[in-house]
Design a protein around this ligand. Structure first.
Ligand code: AMP
Ligand code: MG
Length: 393
């Protein structure tokens, strides 16, 4: 079977992304969605000359003299008087600066005299006025298409009154486990059985990527049963993730079942560790991943291949932040043919140490890991002190 490089696998996956289109949702429901339109401001920001401190609005040329207080302006009320020389208005943060004033001095810099007048007591003061339109002009684009919506973006939409928003549709993603040895986490495994961890790992990896997965249960190692489940998932979902049954065992017939369900397999072996048997195919109705049964492999290949695909389907280029840190210890491997992804710990002194790891079934090793590092094919050793790029997981 043809083994392709990780880069080639990634490209194949990303080249087969189909756009799911868009939908309109209420802005408060748009958290973690991808903006599918530009959002423009319907007003200037600030919409009026606004005091940025509590204090007294006056003319700078009057700073040396005693000022008569002509009114008090609270935030949200319109000033009713125009200031003349020798006058000031008491003003609150966020209130509109009255006509005739060119600055606001702070309460902290003021003294109210016996006479009821007020005097500036500071040595220096800024204007303390946010000028109308200084942040945003009416019609300015405040959010661009393709942006991931976080609470900050929700605040921007709230401030410009954009209460319905066009976002990319989310794909519907199926999760299927396969294997006769599996029981669900709620059940006690009999001898020779283990609990199904992959499905729950994948469902929550999906959730973390902003997608609610659809769980189809455990397919028994039976071609007919697996075929029916796969067919149903393909018909109902945009992406199907099935784990297990893709390696070389007698009961590893997932690729064969995929083909009989009408899936065109584009690759079935990737030169990576863990996750070599990762299988990828396309169908008119869905994209199908056959992920390895080993939980560490399934986790890693989801992060490396599935998650970027799902993000792109939602209109978003996943660019995971990597941090550059030095290795605390030397790392060496016997065989270097494969492109390795190694779970690592970031130590309290900000260095990188591989976790103790007994292979791709060692799920608790991943739980200790803070990130993964990538070791390209052909590279056998990472020296102590060498800078590595850690992708957080
Ligand atoms: P397979 O790819 O089906 O040969 O499975 C490879 C290994 O992963 C075997 O040790 C399986 O028992 C294990 N495995 C497969 N599916 C799961 C799962 N859903 N949860 C935990 N381990 C699994
Ligand atoms: Mg199996």
């Amino acid at each position: 079977m043809k083994v392709i490089s990780f880069e080639e696998a990634y490209k194949t996956v990303m080249d087969n992304v189909s756009d799911k289109g868009t939908e309109t949702v209420s802005f408060i429901e748009s958290l973690n969605r991808i903006l599918a339109e530009d959002v423009a401001s319907d007003m200037e920001m600030p919409p009026f000359n606004k005091a940025t401190v509590d204090g007294f609005a006056c003319r700078r040329s009057d700073l040396g003299v005693e000022l008569a207080i002509i009114e008090t302006i609270a935030a949200g009320t319109e000033p009713s008087k125009t200031l003349s020389a020798g006058e000031c208005s008491r003003i609150m943060t966020g209130a509109a600066v009255p006509e005739g004033a060119d600055m606001v001095f702070m309460v902290e810099d003021s003294e109210v005299l016996q006479s009821g007048k007020v005097k500036f007591r500071g040595s220096f003061t800024k204007e303390n006025i946010a000028i109308r339109g200084e942040d945003i002009k009416a019609g300015d684009i405040v959010l661009r298409k393709g942006k991931l919506i976080r609470p900050q973006e929700i605040a921007v939409m709230a401030s410009v009154g954009h209460t319905s928003v066009v976002v990319s549709k989310k794909p519907v993603v199926a999760v299927i486990s396969s294997g006769n040895e599996l029981v669900e986490p709620y059940d006690a495994p009999a001898k020779s059985q283990i609990r199904n961890s992959n499905a729950y790992q994948l469902l929550t990896q999906l959730l973390r990527a902003g997608v609610l997965g659809k769980y189809y249960g455990i397919a028994r190692d039976d071609k007919e049963a697996t075929f029916l489940l796969l067919k149903q998932a393909i018909a109902e979902c945009d992406v199907v993730l099935i784990t297990g049954g893709v390696s070389m065992g007698d009961f590893d017939f997932i690729p064969e079942v995929m083909e009989s369900a009408g899936v065109k397999i584009l690759f079935a072996r990737v030169n990576v560790q863990p996750g070599k048997p990762t299988t990828f195919g396309i169908h008119r109705d869905a994209i199908v991943f056959g992920l390895p049964g080993n939980p560490v492999s399934s986790f890693t290949q989801f992060e490396l291949l599935v998650r970027p695909l799902i993000c792109k389907m939602m209109g978003y280029d996943l660019n995971p932040v990597s941090i550059q840190l030095p290795m605390k210890v030397e790392f060496s491997r016997r065989m270097a043919e494969r492109h390795a992804f190694i779970p690592v710990i970031i130590t309290p002194d900000s260095m990188v140490k591989p976790v103790e790891y007994h292979g791709s079934a060692h799920i608790s090793a991943l739980s200790l890991a803070d990130g993964i590092i990538s070791l390209p094919a052909g590279k056998q050793t990472i020296e102590r002190g060498e800078i590595v790029s850690v992708r957080q997981i």
